[in-house]
Design a binder for this molecule. Structure first.
Ligand code: BG6
Length: 511
């Protein structure tokens, strides 16, 4: 057991739902196996569904067994843990539910004979966040600023105005330091490693600026479609679902200034500085700087897959974008003139999340033309998933009597360097909430600054329905217009390397 962790009672609102089953159950079980739960730890499941503690335990156990990489749970280990799981069935809008919760919290503390931290985890749809936060406030369950924390899942609003309203609501009941807004990308090891790469090595920082960097590309490509989430996605779309949070958070880690210390607010201040420096896009510029797409039917591997408009819960004439690409500029000394190209989409050719920093060409080419036919600029690629590692592309002389240069790679792979498995994002984040470390969570001003950068695009897209949807087949790299977005600047997307070609050559220009 980790002694640094104080006694904790975790209350999961929406404890019978999908998120609890898929993500929280395996994360809790993995933390248990890794001895990273507090010595005094209990979970209260709270849900509208009729049910018993026994059913809640079975549901969690099923989630842990189904989604934990370790396979089915160990009977003995699980039974010890399950003894600390209780369940309250109640209407989220009914004060009696909160009275029952208080009773259970008090009873648990009495049993332990020590006060505990109370973590309220909202694993529920966004529409019911507001009533629950109100009721927690009315029941005076949030007043102990020191010991009560609330965990909120994305989406944090729908646009800037609704994000401000949501933050207003949360901060009316909780102090900002009690609020943990989850962006699960920040819990990924490879994303956290961006700070280590940049600031624990003296090598990169001197060239990490507009004098040496030509541009930055951030790609988060998915092969899955919207699956069973059509109804949610119809109101979200790729810009809100992925760019507003995951891709913008990656951008801030790449672009932020060095932090003075590893303190949550220090790091978050540096990130906010980047978001505030993003050049505002006017609605007139949206056409030039942003591209949207929607997948049509196509082939993924050897399977035919349906168009987005044929997915369950999706309108036959839907305008929701399943792909978005944008070009952003960061107006500060470090990044003046360096474009950041971001793209994400569903039903793309490969699942791959990565960042590429492309460096400028050498100032003077001293090799004969015949020697540099295959010349490529230096690139540093941070593979976030499923490849996990860092690749530096260099020029080298090909062996032989004639002088020919060709690109080669230096490659660091997590799997090879560290034999142990990386923790899942939710494990890291849950442990951090229990430790009271907010470094990897989004502060209100970060969320608002991100919406403020993207609002004009959302506005322009809402005002003008797309005429060409669906505009990319499933299994492709997205719409043609996304290629044009970058190619008109004389650059091209670097296509992720398939996993099986990990050791392959470094030629990745899009075709
Ligand atoms: C979620 C989005 O935040 O991230 C999903 O809502 C998306 O649409 C998912 O599929 C991707 O996460 P990961 O960890 O699989 O890359």
């Amino acid at each position: 057991m980790t002694s640094a962790m104080e006694p904790t009672i975790l209350t999961i609102f929406g404890s019978m739902g999908d998120l609890t089953w898929r993500k929280l159950a395996p994360a809790l079980y993995n933390l248990l196996l890794a001895h990273q739960l507090p010595e005094h730890f209990a979970v209260i499941g709270l849900d509208m569904k009729d049910g018993s503690a026994g059913e809640f335990r079975l549901r969690l156990r099923d989630g842990a067994s189904s989604f934990c990489e370790c396979g089915p749970v160990d009977e003995k280990t699980w039974n010890g843990f399950a003894a600390n799981l209780t369940y309250i069935s109640g209407d989220f809008g009914d004060p009696a539910t909160y009275a029952a919760l208080r009773k259970q919290l008090d009873a648990q503390e009495k049993e332990w004979n020590i006060p505990a931290n109370h973590v309220f985890y909202l694993a529920i749809p966004p529409a019911i966040v507001e009533p629950i936060v109100h009721k927690i406030g009315e029941a005076r369950l949030a007043e102990d600023r020191q010991h009560v924390r609330i965990v909120v899942e994305k989406p944090f609003g729908h646009d800037l105005a609704s994000a401000i309203a949501l933050n207003g609501l949360l901060t009316a009941v909780f102090a900002e330091r009690q609020i943990y807004r989850i962006d699960h990308y920040l819990g990924k090891e490879t994303v956290q490693n961006i700070l280590a790469l940049r600031f624990a090595n003296a090598l990169f920082e001197p060239v990490w600026n507009q004098r040496y960097i030509d541009h930055v590309q951030i790609t988060v490509a998915e092969q899955v479609g919207v699956e069973h989430r059509g109804a949610y996605y119809e109101h979200a779309g790729a810009l809100r679902d992925m760019i507003q949070n995951h891709l913008m958070q990656i951008l801030t880690l790449i672009a932020m200034e060095p932090m003075v210390s590893f303190d949550a607010d220090e790091i978050r201040n540096k990130k906010v500085d980047v978001l505030r420096a993003i050049r505002p896009i006017s609605t007139e510029q949206v056409q030039e700087l942003a591209v949207r797409g929607q997948y049509g039917a196509g082939r993924m591997g050897d399977q035919n897959v349906p168009a987005y408009r044929s997915e369950p819960g999706v309108a036959g004439d839907s305008s929701a974008e399943t792909f978005a690409a944008i070009k952003l500029s960061v107006d500060n000394w470090r990044w003046q003139g360096v474009p950041f190209y971001l793209r994400t989409g569903k039903r793309l050719k490969l699942k791959a999340s990565e960042v590429t920093i492309q460096f400028q060409p050498v100032p003077h080419q001293s090799f004969p033309k015949t020697a540099v036919l295959a010349w490529q600029p230096n690139r540093l690629t941070i593979h976030i998933q499923p490849l996990e590692g860092i690749r530096l592309s260099l020029q080298a002389k090909q062996p032989g009597s004639s002088l020919h240069l060709s690109p080669v790679d230096m490659h660091f792979s997590y799997q090879e360097a560290f034999k142990s498995k990386s923790p899942e994002a939710y494990e890291t984040l849950l442990a951090d909430v229990m430790l009271g470390d907010a470094t990897l969570f989004m502060r209100a001003d970060q969320v608002e600054a991100t919406w403020s950068a993207l609002d004009p695009i959302l506005q322009a897209w809402a005002d003008q329905k797309p005429a060409d949807f669906p505009n990319y087949p499933s299994g492709s790299w997205g719409p043609q217009a996304a290629d044009t977005l970058i190619e008109k600047d004389g650059r091209s997307w670097l296509q992720p390397i398939p996993r099986e070609d990990e050791q392959g050559d470094s030629s990745r220009e899009s075709t």
